[in-house]
Design a protein around this ligand. Structure first.
Ligand SMILES: NC(=O)c1ccc[n+]([C@@H]2O[C@H](COP(=O)([O-])OP(=O)(O)OC[C@H]3O[C@@H](n4cnc5c(N)ncnc54)[C@H](O)[C@@H]3O)[C@@H](O)[C@H]2O)c1
Ligand SMILES: [Zn+2]
Ligand SMILES: [Zn+2]
Length: 394
């Protein structure tokens, strides 16, 4: 089959690789019809290279049709239309029972001291082949699937794999009081969708912050107020002015570890990509290598007693945090990978609603054949050609 494979920093290719097969009785094979490129894939493309091997298959936002199931798989059958969550979870362990599928005790990557396995996401997360491919092997398939009805186009459902539950969790963890306010830092797919979900769930003021004009414009079209970082020396002041002088009740960091505008972290990140893999992995495990611009802004922006919900991915182990400010302002911090299956019952009514309240059908900016994935990564990373969300069709 054809699959998108990693070959080095900013070097992904479409290779011919062996078709996946059922290896365990709990596996299923899914033929992929639509799959997407995520902002998290850009971290692989740029800074997480110490944790990848050449030829690793990328991707974790797939949907398609069940082709084959192992002997112990229940709940799905060949021919079913399914979306595959980005994490592998079993549905019957203690953590899955708590709605913490990202911590699934059946699929935890214990030798790396990490949580549940993720598709196409480095040795830290189990080095499973990803879903930017014609076929995908799905472990724990009795639970690692979301059945969707036939009829509506793939675009209605494909974001259930990641964007929708991630944005949903970001808003849930932000704990915005009824009629309250939230600032969303970063208006990529995750921040944009978080703005829409916050509005949908009753936030009175939603303020999006980014520095890419068409992303700001998209957020405005969907009811957010948008602030261009580049227009303000004092962003905190500008946001406070919009929120009664106090700052928003909650701030969502939808940027993560590659924020623009943090010179120190930039140097550390460049260093880790220049070092030999084993040294770079060691360094990321012990040092602060993130660019913390967005997180520091979030902590500064949030009103006293408010909540910072971190949904952007961070990766260093010793990043400095302004503890004095966090403590004195009495800030609540919540974070983590999204527990996909936990939020599906809440979200499904919105995506099967033909009025499309979250605007998922117009969400993608690019639909490319899988073979053009390298171009998709390139324009998405460089934010060229107005690329915000790129879908790939095998
Ligand atoms: N927690 C999860 O489960 C989960 C799931 C998916 C994605 N993510 C993470 O969410 C983040 C966003 O993903 P995405 O797909 O929207 O990616 P993206 O890269 O398109 O979005 C990031 C946005 O942040 C903006 N930005 C950069 N620096 C900024 C700054 N200092 N202040 C404000 N905005 C800034 C960029 O211009 C860009 O629009 C990534 O870190 C990704 O890894 C997390
Ligand atoms: Zn993702
Ligand atoms: Zn589990």
């Amino acid at each position: 089959m054809r699959a998108v494979t990693w070959h080095g920093k900013r070097d992904v290719r479409v290779d011919t690789v062996p078709d996946p097969v059922v290896r365990k009785p709990t596996d299923a094979i899914v033929r992929i019809t639509t799959t997407a490129i995520c902002g998290s894939d850009l971290h692989l493309y740029e800074v997480l290279s110490p944790f990848l091997d050449e030829g690793d298959i990328l991707g974790h936002e797939p949907m398609g049709v069940v082709e084959e199931i192992g002997s112990e798989v229940t709940g799905i059958a060949a021919g079913d239309r399914v979306v595959i969550p980005f994490q592998v979870s079993c549905g019957h362990c203690f953590m899955c029972g708590q709605g913490l599928q990202t911590q699934c005790e059946t699929t935890q990557v214990r030798d790396q001291n990490m949580g549940a396995s993720l598709f196409g996401y480095t040795k830290l997360y189990g080095q499973l082949p990803g879903g930017q491919a014609e076929y995908l092997r799905v472990p724990q398939a009795q639970y690692t699937h979301i059945k969707v009805p036939d009829g509506p186009p793939d675009e209605r459902f494909v974001y259930l794999s990641d964007v929708l539950p991630t944005a949903w969790q970001a808003v849930e963890y932000a704990d915005i009081p009824p009629g309250g306010s939230v600032a969303v830092l970063g208006l990529g797919p995750i921040g944009d969708m978080a703005c829409r979900v916050a509005r949908q769930r009753g936030a009175e003021r939603v303020i999006g912050v980014d520095l890419v004009p068409e992303r700001l414009e998209r957020a405005r079209r969907h009811g957010a107020e948008a602030i261009d970082l580049r227009d303000h020396d004092d962003v905190t002041g500008a946001v406070r002015e919009l929120t009664g002088g106090r700052g928003p009740d909650a701030v969502i960091d939808a940027v993560g570890m590659e924020a623009h505008g943090s010179p120190f972290g930039m140097l550390a990140q460049q260093l880790t990509t220049l070092l030999p893999d084993n040294v770079a992995a060691w360094m990321m495990g012990r040092a602060g290598v993130d660019r913390l611009g967005a997180l520091h802004l979030a902590i500064d922006l949030v009103r006293r007693g408010g909540t910072v919900s971190i949904i952007g991915v961070y990766g260093g182990q010793a990043d400095p945090l302004p503890m004095l400010t966090l403590f004195d302002k009495q800030v609540t911090l919540r974070m983590g990978q999204a527990n996909v299956k936990r939020w599906i019952d809440d979200i499904m009514p919105l995506v099967i609603d033909d009025r499309d309240p979250l605007g998922v059908e117009g969400f993608a900016t690019h639909r490319l054949p899988l073979t053009e994935a390298p171009h998709g990564y390139d324009i998405f990373q460089r934010k060229e050609d107005n690329a915000v969300k790129v879908l790939l069709q095998p």
